[in-house]
Design a protein around this ligand. Structure first.
Ligand code: IPE
Ligand code: IPE
Ligand code: MG
Length: 250
């Protein structure tokens, strides 16, 4: 009861303040450490992070944040032991299956950024099914970064632009920031305003290299499986106090 009222107060304060981030991106880190601290296998840490995802989605819906992007599996994560990768893929598939009904009821749409073509076919099918099932829901766009690498995204972007330029001969004068933006995996998403990273690591680990240019960064020592709505609200309340200058003077 007391906990609920603290959360409600935090939420009301954020809503009264007004300047919400339009897009929140999260590097969900620390699952392995969370499991190790309990003597569990790493996969249990990933599984425990599911509640944190649910709370983050709920929190965004309650506040009216329109875009939430979760760093779910990086290209570099393919270098983990095959058993962990297989465990993660199976878990992702199961989670998509079990969560999509509620996501649909809550007005959430899903997008995938990265290279979903690298994923096992069963996972790709489950993703497609979920994206289709959620259709063009409007309340929140939940983007999953899967087999995602920021440098690879730029490589893919340049390849696409070069292929088009070869066709239309408008090379290189037609290249500007907007053209690049439109050829990134995130072409229909605004840039993140707020980047959250859990587990205390002070790095971006090849996430959204282009898009994070002016994001406010918020790092917490909390491990992802312990991340709750209250932490999301804390991050957003901190964000609201930041002075975003974009290189200008006040
Ligand atoms: C984040 O937790 C989840 C993924 C990268 C898939 P980790 O698995 O990286 O957890 P730590 O960093 O080893 O604690
Ligand atoms: C970043 O976490 C990737 C995801 C959260 C999916 P990592 O645990 O892979 O990053 P590093 O190795 O600490 O940089
Ligand atoms: Mg990690």
């Amino acid at each position: 009861m007391a906990e609920t009222s603290v959360l409600t107060r935090a939420k009301d304060a954020i809503l009264a303040q007004g300047n919400l981030p339009r897009h929140v991106a999260v590097i969900m880190d620390g699952n392995g450490r969370w499991a190790r601290a309990r003597g569990f296998p790493r996969i249990l840490g990933h599984q425990a992070g599911r509640r944190s995802v649910r709370e983050s989605v709920e929190g965004c819906l309650e506040l009216g944040v329109r875009y939430l992007t979760l760093y779910t599996f990086s290209r570099e994560n393919w270098n983990r032991p095959p058993s962990e990768v297989a465990g993660l893929m199976g878990f992702l598939r199961q989670t998509l299956r079990e969560e999509r009904e509620e996501l649909r009821e809550n007005g959430v749409a899903m997008r995938v950024i990265g290279r979903p073509e690298d994923l096992p076919e069963e996972v790709r099918e489950e993703l497609n099914r979920t994206v289709d099932y959620l259709g063009d829901n409007q309340k929140l766009v939940l983007s999953l970064a899967l087999s995602y690498g920021g440098r690879m995204e730029i490589v893919d972007c340049v390849r696409r632009i070069a292929a088009e330029a070869e066709e239309n001969g408008r090379w290189p004068q037609s290249i500007d920031e907007d053209l690049i933006r439109r050829h990134l995996y995130t072409n229909d998403l605004p840039d993140p305003d707020l980047l959250i990273r859990t587990s205390g690591e002070m790095r971006i680990s090849n996430f959204l290299l282009w898009q994070l240019a002016y994001a406010e960064i918020w790092v917490t020592d909390v491990l992802w499986p312990d991340f709750r709505k209250e932490h999301l609200f804390q991050a957003i309340a901190d964000y609201q106090k930041r002075d975003r200058r974009f290189g200008k003077v006040d």
